[in-house]
Write a protein that binds this ligand. Structure first.
Ligand SMILES: Cc1cc2nc3c(=O)[nH]c(=O)nc-3n(C[C@H](O)[C@H](O)[C@H](O)COP(=O)(O)OP(=O)(O)OC[C@H]3O[C@@H](n4cnc5c(N)ncnc54)[C@H](O)[C@@H]3O)c2cc1C
Ligand code: FES
Length: 258
């Protein structure tokens, strides 16, 4: 089955100065995406930029999908201007997904900045499976903490940090994670899922390794094809170079050579 489809935008909602929530409805039903997977998205009739851009599945809606995106460069600036009824070209769902935790394991989610886009659907999936996660979410300031109301509903507990202290604790989310005690026995039954800046993921990997906890990280690299053909997205792992778009984006944190 082809993973290419066209879709119509039904909403492109501004959440703050540089982040939008885009809702689109496919013209034909694609494969069902899983938390952690992503779509390559391009614009109708616009060949600048030529390449599609990768965006994580944020949430499934009744008729379509949502992505949460930060305006960074040329592609996302054009995307910001897309209105209701605009058509986009989509490839996906692509990549692997977050493995669900064993039933007796407590999930912990760690998100930094726009990394929340990748783990949000996992939080909702876990809540639906009656195994809500403790969510750690950090951002620059209060206005950069997105979808907090929905996260509160999906989380067993929500811990927030901001760089400037304008909401939650002041500091990095990994500072909070590193001092948190799950208790020696429950640590073995914890699984961490993380998405955010590479430095944050490396710190999470270190905390998990130190405590003997399994951790899965979603890696981000610039992508050209998204389907494993160009080798533009490789990361170094303990078993050689791997493609983020094909073998990832989700990796066991122990696999990555930081
Ligand atoms: C698997 C995957 C899932 C992603 N999911 C999301 C998501 O859900 N929401 C979201 O906002 N973003 C996500 N990204 C990042 C997003 O793809 C980039 O922000 C986007 O491609 C930038 O396109 P642009 O044309 O606006 O920027 P460009 O003009 O191409 O680049 C502008 C600047 O952004 C940098 N940049 C481009 N791509 C990335 C990247 N992948 N990581 C870090 N810096 C980058 C460039 O180096 C450059 O400095 C994801 C990336 C990957 C690989
Ligand atoms: S983006 Fe081309 S191989 Fe991953």
């Amino acid at each position: 089955m082809s993973r290419y489809f066209k879709a119509e935008i039904t909403e492109n909602k501004k959440l703050n100065n540089d982040c939008n929530l885009l809702t689109f409805v496919p013209f034909r039903k694609p494969a069902e995406p899983k938390p952690g997977q992503f779509f390559m998205i391009g614009m109708e009739g616009d060949y600048d930029p030529l390449l599609k851009r990768p965006f994580s599945l944020f949430r499934r809606t009744q008729r379509g999908f949502q992505i949460l995106y930060r305006i960074r460069g040329r592609g996302t600036s054009l995307m910001r201007n897309l209105g209701r009824g605009s058509v986009i070209h989509v490839l996906g769902p692509l990549g692997n997904s977050y493995p669900m935790p064993p039933e007796d394991h407590a999930p912990v989610i760690v998100a930094g900045g726009i990394g929340i886009a990748s783990v949000f659907s996992l939080a909702e999936r876990l809540a639906a499976a009656r195994n809500k996660a403790h969510i750690y979410y950090g951002a620059r300031g209060a206005s950069d903490l997105l979808m907090v109301g929905a996260l509160k509903k999906a989380a067993k507990r929500l811990s927030l940090t901001t760089d400037d202290g304008s909401c939650g604790e002041r500091g990095c989310i990994t500072d909070m994670l590193s001092v948190f005690s799950w208790g020696a026995s429950s640590e073995r039954n914890t699984v961490i899922y993380a998405c955010g800046p590479r430095k944050m993921l490396e710190t999470v990997a270190g905390i998990a390794a130190g405590r003997g906890i399994e951790a899965y990280v979603s890696m981000e690299e610039n992508m050209a094809c998204g389907i494993g053909a160009c080798l533009g997205c490789v990361v170094k792992t303990v078993s050689g170079h791997k493609r983020v778009c094909k073998e990832g984006p989700v990796f066991n944190a122990k696999e990555i050579v930081w």
